[in-house]
Design a protein around this ligand. Sequence first.
Ligand SMILES: Nc1ncnc2c1ncn2[C@@H]1O[C@H](COP(=O)(O)OP(=O)(O)OP(=O)(O)O)[C@@H](O)[C@H]1O
Length: 254
Amino acid sequence: MLQVKDLVKTYPNGTKALKGVSFNVPKGAFLAVIGLSGSGKSTLLRCINRIHEPTSGSMIFEGRDITHVKEQQLREARTKIGMVFQHFNLVNRRNVLNNVLTGRLGRLENKFLGGIFQKWPEKWIEEAYQALRIVGIEDKALIRADGLSGGQKQRVAIARTLMQHPDLLLADEPVASLDPSTSYSVMNYLRDLNQKHNITVVCNLHFLSLVRDYSTHVIALKNGELVFEGKPTDITEKWFKDIYGSDAREVEIH
Ligand SMILES: Nc1ncnc2c1ncn2[C@@H]1O[C@H](COP(=O)(O)OP(=O)(O)OP(=O)(O)O)[C@@H](O)[C@H]1O
């Protein structure tokens, strides 16, 4: 599904955030990306969908090199790659339904339709309600996004990405600003997308308990380098210390 090879990202201020990272994401995987704060996890996801331009290296997505493609081809690739963020990135003054519908704009040739005039095709509206049903929040469709809790906002963000019909979902610390029980609920929806809707997931996570419960594959970054690649069950005490440092203690989320 996705092959990342020798990916390097050096920011304009000279920070080397990724120093030659290579890994494969098999189709259908739920890949967790772990590592200390500042190890390069967000940079990695942002390079994959080209929010940030990689400095060098390559990314092959569904057989196509997306490292340097521009405009039309980049838009096409991006419609297949959904993204959810720690802070949800909803338009607060719009209602939930409209936020979900904007997920469809990436697939649209005339971007102005709907976005400005709010004339969404009836079948998209039905689809948006269906997406909201999948994340169990259909009853909030007509509420402004700023009237929702954090967990509800993240479910709307997941519904929005469903409107794209993505093959790959990048989730950048999707539960980092949620309480533990809401975190599990949002992770369950991500797992449903992965297992029932066949969407491959790459997800940055801080808590190893979530990694063990939800992921099928794990990579770990440390100072911009890949230091571990394996299954969640391969993360032994020794690996934990290697990845997080010898003073680190595991914090459970329940
Ligand atoms: N826009 C930027 N300009 C310059 N340096 C940046 C930028 N974004 C991130 N960095 C730096 O790149 C390195 C990796 O940051 P990144 O946000 O990818 O790490 P992370 O593992 O996602 O951290 P966290 O878990 O805290 O979100 C850090 O040293 C960070 O300060």
